[in-house]
Design a protein around this ligand. Structure first.
Ligand code: 1CP
Length: 356
């Protein structure tokens, strides 16, 4: 079996790592950096171990999960590992018939549209994903002082895949259900909050040092709809790990108008995409929240001097917040040159270890 050998088996305490300290607004030796979707996608070593293994199968195979999660830590020297899985893994674990189709994403065989469909969405029992706990424990043992971030999809983003049946640009069936049958919508999201919260808790109890709730598509909503139809369910998911005392990160795309509501859902760190400057985000959020972000992933294709200036700008703007975790504004694009990610990691460290 593959063993958990990180590149920098540093002996520190992940609970006192730069990531966790920044999330709590404490002083850091350097600004921590990791990249959404750092595992998988662009790495040749990832493509090699994934060869011939379907995505959902890879997510349920601890040897692969451990290896793939560690790959970007070894290669880039990032300040956190993110558990290799997918937001639909717990849905598949409760029996939803779905697949992750290469080049498309999650596809649900029978979309959820009626009350009867709730019968196909039972609660997630921890022993249905015992492999996730096992992978987490092995990773935590191998990562030493590098923190592991556990994650789950938020109820709205999960609901969008279930109701639309797959990736969606306009979320029209989801919004039609939300407004057309609010009672069913809330019942659906309450179930999803249980699934999501349980998935976070399994990873947290097995030793993850932080969790991130991905509400990737929440930016499709008005603030009023977010507050009425979504925030209470995301708050329920995040509350599943509240007693464990680890930092909770809450992320969405295009959510500039929702930042304070996403923070109030129970986050310590609010993810900010590239559309909003971190200084504006910090002003909106106030002194109680750290921020995470927000380099435009497309800019990783620009000349190095452009990237360098963007990183410096983001670091300067991030100083306005209670704490700053450097990241992209959304996930790494598949064609990204991995060497650029390594270089950005080194740059963030260098610029913040020796502030001007
Ligand atoms: O660093 C990592 O790669 C960690 C693992 C990870 C995470 C955190 C994967 C692996 N997926 C996710 C989360 C995820 N999955 C999100 C939230 C994050 C985000 O917004 O980027 C979302 C929306 C999904 C759904 C999903 N899964 C998509 C998006 C489709 C759409 O609607 O546009 C896709 C393409 C997938 C498949 C997937 N998940 C992960 C990988 C490496 C892949 C590609 C694998 C393959 O196709 O073989």
């Amino acid at each position: 079996t593959l063993t958990a050998d990180a590149a920098t088996p540093d002996a520190g305490d992940p609970a006192d790592s730069p990531l966790v300290r920044a999330a709590r607004g404490l002083a850091v030796p350097h600004t921590p950096v990791w990249f959404m979707r750092q595992a998988g996608r662009s790495l040749p070593e990832y493509l090699e171990v994934r060869d011939g293994v379907p995505m959902l199968e890879a997510c349920r195979t601890p040897d692969l999960v451990v290896e793939i999660t560690l790959q970007p830590v070894r290669r880039h020297g990032v300040d956190a590992a993110i558990f290799f899985s997918d937001i639909v893994v717990p849905l598949a674990a409760v029996g939803v018939d779905l697949d992750i189709v290469p080049g498309t994403g999650p596809v649900v065989a029978q979309p959820f549209r009626t009350r009867a469909d709730l019968d196909r969405l039972p609660a997630l029992a921890p022993d249905a994903v015992e492999d996730v706990a096992e992978s987490t424990r092995r990773l935590v043992a191998g990562l030493g002082g590098t923190p592991l971030i556990g994650f789950a999809g938020a109820p709205f983003t999960l609901a969008s895949y279930l109701v639309e049946g797959g990736p969606s640009r306009h979320h029209e069936h989801t919004k039609a259900l939300m407004h057309g049958d609010p009672e069913l919508w809330h019942d659906l999201c309450a179930r999803l909050a249980q699934v999501s919260g349980t998935f976070l808790r399994i990873q947290a109890e097995a030793g993850a040092s932080a969790v991130q709730l991905f509400d990737s598509w929440a930016g499709a909503l008005s603030r009023a709809d977010y507050r009425a139809f979504v925030q209470p369910h995301s708050a329920a998911a995040l509350s599943a790990v509240a007693d464990l005392g680890i930092p909770r990160i809450h992320f969405g795309v295009g959510t500039g108008e929702l930042l304070t509501d996403m923070g109030a859902a129970g986050a310590d760190v609010v993810g900010v995409d590239f559309r909003v400057s971190l200084a504006d985000a910090a002003a909106r959020l106030g002194p109680s929240y750290a921020v995470q972000g927000n380099l435009d992933p497309a800019l990783l294709f620009a000349p190095w001097d452009v990237i360098e200036a963007e990183v410096a700008r983001i670091l300067a703007e991030g100083r306005a917040a209670r704490g700053h975790v450097f990241n992209l504004g959304h996930g790494v694009l598949p064609a990204t040159d991995p060497a650029v990610l390594t270089r950005v990691t080194e740059l963030v460290h260098r610029l913040t270890e020796h502030p001007a």
